[in-house]
Design a protein around this ligand. Structure first.
Ligand SMILES: [Zn+2]
Length: 226
């Protein structure tokens, strides 16, 4: 049974012209090219005793939107973390805290994107109750439910997936601003900038769509749309 299942899975990747061995060879060859680029070698040399990333970035895991690729960043430029629809859990929040608290990073960006599968799955769940994994409480389904819990509070976002992406990014940005007393103080004073970016998968362009600001009247963080 397992053999049949494995064979079927191998066939499906072969149909796309990719095999496990082929992927391994592709990675090794890519790494060889990476190491033969003098610019990369200079960056590795420059950062081998420490890193001071310009910004910490949380993005979606979508293969089309990786933050390092989409603003031509290099070794040491950005501290990256990813989650479906950039909907960070505690591990993701911690990955953004580290460079702020220990590496001197003063810009944190949550990058969401158009055409996000995670957002589409959450909207589908809210509208139809259908989840992406057959196993009801699988980790994947739990994450889709977490995204849905943010969206269900704003019914208008359900008919506008890009607005829904921005909404999720904004909630993550606000949560990060209040994640610890030290970060809260930095975000409150403006020493730490926390922004929401939107990347367009059709044009490859990205721009800031919101900035976290402290609202003294409500003693809470808000996202001011740009
Ligand atoms: Zn996505």
């Amino acid at each position: 049974m397992m053999t049949e299942k494995k064979a079927a899975s191998d066939n499906s990747v072969q149909e796309r012209g990719v095999t496990a061995k082929g992927v391994e060879a592709w990675v090794i060859e890519g790494n060889r090219r990476f190491r033969s680029d003098p610019g990369n070698i200079a960056r590795i040399e420059m950062t081998k005793s420490g890193q001071h990333p310009k910004r910490a970035v949380a993005g979606c895991g979508d293969s089309r939107v990786a933050a390092n690729n989409t603003n031509s960043a290099s070794i040491g430029d950005q501290f990256n973390t990813q989650a479906i629809a950039a909907m960070l859990d505690n591990a993701g929040i911690a990955a953004l805290m580290y460079p702020v608290l220990h590496l001197g990073t003063r810009v944190v960006d949550i990058e969401v994107h158009t055409g996000c599968g995670g957002i589409a799955a959450a909207i589908q769940f809210i509208k139809t109750g259908k989840l992406p994994d057959a196993e009801k409480d699988s980790i994947l389904n739990q994450e889709v439910r977490r995204i849905a819990s943010v969206l269900s509070a704003t019914p208008s976002a359900l008919d506008d997936p890009t607005a829904a992406s921005i909404l999720v990014g904004s909630e993550v940005a606000k949560r990060f601003a209040g994640c610890s007393s030290e970060i809260r103080e930095m975000a409150k004073s403006g020493e730490l900038g926390i922004n929401v970016w939107l990347y367009d998968i059709k044009t490859g362009e990205k721009h800031v769509v919101g900035r976290v600001a402290y609202d003294g009247r409500s003693d809470s963080f808000v996202v001011v749309r740009v």
